[in-house]
Design a binder for this molecule. Structure first.
Ligand code: ATP
Length: 219
């Protein structure tokens, strides 16, 4: 029976974005293009459950994101986690997106470091039921998944992006991207040491960081 075509998939990139940088932006652009997504929603986390409180406030991180995404069509800021009280669980975020967007395919983009940690996330087993997982290779991180994640990969891995459009959720795709060894941690360190992080992130974002006096102190 022919499959009824669904709307093009929507990408979701969650993170602390403390600050957003070219590692996020280049990866997102390549995925938007290669997977033919309708858009990518960048969703900043208010209270990331598995890590220290971000250096910049939610409002400051949102402002940096808005600066970075302003000029790229298909990139959208989604501030739903900032508007929600309590820990920012991705399972809750995907549930709210699914309720809003119906059965459109959702693709959760995860760097390899984030994917390796997935089995520690709150209600993590619900996540592949709510979205496809698109895992992005990242310098310095190999696939080291736990037994639970290995099982997930065995049963759900697909090799071709076209298959993402066939169902609303449930598959895992490992997506090669240009490897950029850029991290927000390194950018914060450079700024705290008085060095320039220029060319690791957009000039507009660096300008906003300087105007607001962010990341001057080591943590
Ligand atoms: P930090 O250094 O503070 O941990 P980060 O640079 O990892 O921050 P996050 O906002 O935590 O940035 O990342 C959001 C998502 O983007 C995660 O899934 C992460 O794996 C992915 N990501 C971040 N930087 C890169 C990169 N250079 N290449 C591929 N994926 C990346």
């Amino acid at each position: 029976m022919p499959l009824i075509p669904m709307a093009p998939p929507i990408g979701i990139l969650g993170g602390t974005f403390d600050p957003i940088h070219y590692g996020h932006l280049r990866a997102a652009l390549e995925v938007l293009d290669h997977l033919q997504l309708a858009q990518i929603r960048f969703i900043p986390s208010r209270h990331p459950p598995h890590r220290d409180t971000p250096s910049a406030s939610p409002g400051q991180r949102l402002l940096l994101l808005q600066q970075a995404l302003a000029e790229q069509s298909g990139f959208v800021v989604d501030d739903r986690e900032l508007r929600r009280e309590g820990a920012s669980y991705m399972a809750d975020t995907l549930t709210s997106l699914r309720a809003e967007l119906g059965n459109v395919p959702l693709c959760l983009l995860l760097g390899m470091d984030a994917f390796n940690d997935l089995h520690r996330w709150h209600r993590w087993r619900e996540i592949p039921e709510l979205a496809h997982l698109v895992v992005l290779y990242r310098p310095g991180y190999d696939l080291t998944h736990s037994e639970a994640l290995a099982d997930l990969v065995t049963h759900r891995r697909i090799r071709h992006p076209r298959r993402l459009g066939e169902h609303p959720a449930g598959s895992i795709l490992f997506q090669p991207i240009t490897q950029l060894a850029i991290s927000a941690t390194r950018i914060r360190e450079l700024l705290a040491q008085g060095h320039s992080p220029r060319y690791l992130l957009p000039d507009s974002v660096l300008h906003a960081i300087q105007t607001q006096g962010l990341y001057r102190e080591p943590r």
